[in-house]
Each structure stands twice: as structure tokens, then as C-alpha cells.
Design a binder for this molecule. Structure first.
Ligand code: SF4
Length: 340
């Protein structure tokens, strides 16, 4: 572990002081291999390195295979082309009705308020997404509201990534109040990795805003490994739970990071310690640049069978794949088409 005392720094300063240079990241972790560095520099030209020091603080120094490091360090394998690995694996550009809006699911509506993330996860299915052309401006709210009002089946809005918790509390408040003004909306889901990579993001103002919303708030965090969940992070996650916010976790099954039943079992128990329920375990979306994180179907089945046998049902995340154009995520285990 590095000695960085991230607990004492506010989240805004942490967000403006990310590590973006592969050389610095490797130096902080006391890693020297020249090959690692040259690959990282090349791959970061396509998708920049971004990682908070708080997250780096949870990595093991001197370990080039640290599961947290592998998720964020650009790698020369990202530059390889592989059939079936494409820039928009979920066909989101087609589902885009107007800036910042995705209506893929019947009752749920996705709103992308920012293209920024606190961390760049190398396997991210939106790593090529043209955010700049797709962010709603304040004046777009009128159209979004009209659209929501014309769709009485939508009862939930999902704020997705980029990462909505990189926005200031003030900006979030403005959007939450706008959404609260649509009478048939009941739920607001926020997808965010920030509470994991900068736990101080869970501050008093955010807690109070979420607790006092008319909408029922569901926060879906994204953690792939129990090492991401140190005591401080768990305490902050638990504060959300104490404020009547439902907190769920989604993970992505990643070669080299968490492709072991024991790692996934440890993750579920650690989440539960913090009051967070495991929700989804995603099979990797076939995004260009992430092929080296992919796993064979047989291996996935083997791992998941063992997870099922090792955990009580309430701690088993649903194994799913997202398929472009489908109205919901596709559950995988026991579905014969999965193996085709
Ligand atoms: S935080 Fe989420 S949206 Fe951002 S890069 Fe990671 S996986 Fe993608």
C-alpha cells in the first residue's frame, strides 16, 4: 500500500489531482518495467489514464499484477484488433433520442449528465462513446421533460456515465429537483464508481440531498474486488445505507482481476459488511481495446457454479450480459444460448 492519506482531503481536491501520467503511477507503486511503461504510454493516447490517488492508495506497491492496477493501467494489448470487439458494443448511438438521453428499457430512462469519470476503467463499454456530442444543456430540460411526460410507463430515471457523482452537489440538486417535478417518476437510480475510488464523495450535503428527495434513491456502485473496499470506504458506503438509500453493487467479470470464485465470494461478503447488496455480475461487453479482459464461456460457468455453491442466495450477484437492442439484460446462468 502507498502511504497516501486520502481520508483527510476533500473530494473536490482529490478529483482535481488525479494521476494521469503512466510514469507517475508506476513510480508511486515502485514499478519499473520499461515494457509496462511504453505500452501504457501508447495505449493512454487512445483512452487516457485517469485514477484517483485514493484508489492507488489501495494498490499493493511492487505488484504489477495488482487487481486494482490492472483495471486502470493502459496496456499495449488494448491496441490489438479482435473480431467482434467494436467501439459501440451495445448499439447506444442508435438508441440515443436526443442529447444525453437513452431510452433503452421500457420503464427506465437513462440520462447522461456528464462525460467525465473519476477513473478510466480500461474495460469500459463506453470508452469510445462520443460524450461531447451527447450532453444535455440546461435548455434541453424542456424537451427532456416533455419526453418524460409523454411516456407514462417510465417510472425510473437512471443517471449514468460518465459518472454523475463527479458533478457538484449543486448541479446534481438542480437535476434532481427537475426530475422530482415529473409526477409519475418514482425512482432515481444513480450509477457511480466515485464512492469506491474517492469515498469522500459521500459528504454530508450529498447524504442529506439524497435522503430528502421525493424520489426513492438507488445508488448502484461499481466495485470488482474486495481490495477496493477498505474500512474507510465501507464506512462511507454504510452512511448511505443509514440515510435510507438503497445501495447495490455491480461488478464486471475480468480476466486477471476477479476471475476466481473465491475473489467474488470475498467481494460479496465485504460488500455485505458495508450494507451493500451484490446486484449484477456482468460478462465483459465486447468493446474494442478490452479483449484481454475477456473470459471463455466455460470458465465463466465454472466460476459462477462455484460462487453459487459458496454463497447464500442473497449474496449471489446475477450473472448477466447486455445485448445490443434487447429490452433488458440477459441472465446467463442456465441459459443454453450463452454457451453458443
Ligand atoms: S467509471 Fe464507469 S463509466 Fe467511467 S470509465 Fe469506469 S466503468 Fe466506464
Amino acid at each position: 500500500m502507498t502511504n497516501y492519506l486520502y481520508q483527510e482531503q476533500n473530494w473536490q481536491s482529490q478529483l482535481s489531482d488525479l494521476i494521469t501520467d503512466p510514469r507517475e503511477l508506476l513510480e508511486v507503486l515502485q514499478l519499473a518495467p520499461e515494457q509496462l511503461l511504453s505500452g501504457a504510454i501508447l495505449a493512454s493516447k487512445q483512452f487516457k489514464l485517469r485514477v484517483p490517488r485514493a484508489f492507488v492508495g489501495k494498490m499493493q506497491t511492487g505488484n504489477p499484477l495488482d487487481p486494482l492496477l490492472l483495471q486502470v493501467l493502459p496496456h499495449h494489448l488494448e491496441l490489438e484488433e479482435h473480431p467482434g470487439f467494436v467501439t459501440d458494443p451495445l448499439g447506444e448511438e442508435q438508441a440515443n433520442q436526443q442529447p444525453g438521453v437513452l431510452h433503452k428499457y421500457k420503464s427506465r430512462f437513462l440520462l447522461t449528465l456528464t462525460g467525465a469519470c473519476a477513473v478510466h476503467c480500461r474495460y469500459c463499454f463506453r470508452r469510445h462513446f462520443p460524450y461531447q456530442e451527447n450532453l444535455p444543456k440546461n435548455e434541453d430540460w424542456i424537451n427532456i421533460k416533455q419526453y418524460l411526460e409523454s411516456q407514462p410507463d417510465i417510472n425510473e430515471v437512471i443517471l449514468s456515465g460518465g459518472d454523475p457523482l463527479t458533478l457538484s452537489n449543486q448541479k446534481l440538486k438542480t437535476w434532481i429537483e427537475r426530475l422530482e417535478s415529473v409526477p409519475h417518476l418514482k425512482f432515481l437510480r444513480i450509477h457511480s464508481r466515485v464512492p469506491i475510488v474517492i469515498p469522500n464523495r459521500v459528504d454530508e450535503e450529498l447524504l442529506s440531498m439524497l435522503k430528502n428527495s421525493r424520489l426513492r434513491i438507488i445508488l448502484v456502485v461499481h466495485s470488482n474486488h474486495a481490495s477496493e473496499l477498505d474500512d474507510f470506504t465501507c464506512t462511507r458506503l454504510n452512511q448511505l445505507v443509514q440515510h435510507q438509500i438503497t445501495v447495490l453493487n455491480q461488478a464486471v467479470l475480468l480476466n486477471g482481476v476477479n476471475n476466481s470464485a473465491q475473489v467474488l465470494v470475498d467481494l460479496s461478503y465485504r460488500l455485505f459488511d458495508a450494507g451493500v447488496m451484490p446486484y449484477y455480475l456482468h460478462v465483459l461487453d465486447k468493446v474494442k481495446g478490452a479483449h484481454h479482459f475477456d473470459l471463455a464461456s466455460d470458465h465463466i460457468n465454472e466460476i459462477y457454479t462455484e460462487v453459487l455453491a459458496s454463497l447464500p442466495g442473497y449474496l449471489v450477484p446475477k450473472l448477466v450480459r447486455e445485448i445490443a437492442g434487447e429490452k433488458n439484460k440477459t441472465p446467463l446462468f442456465g441459459v443454453s444460448t450463452f454457451l453458443s
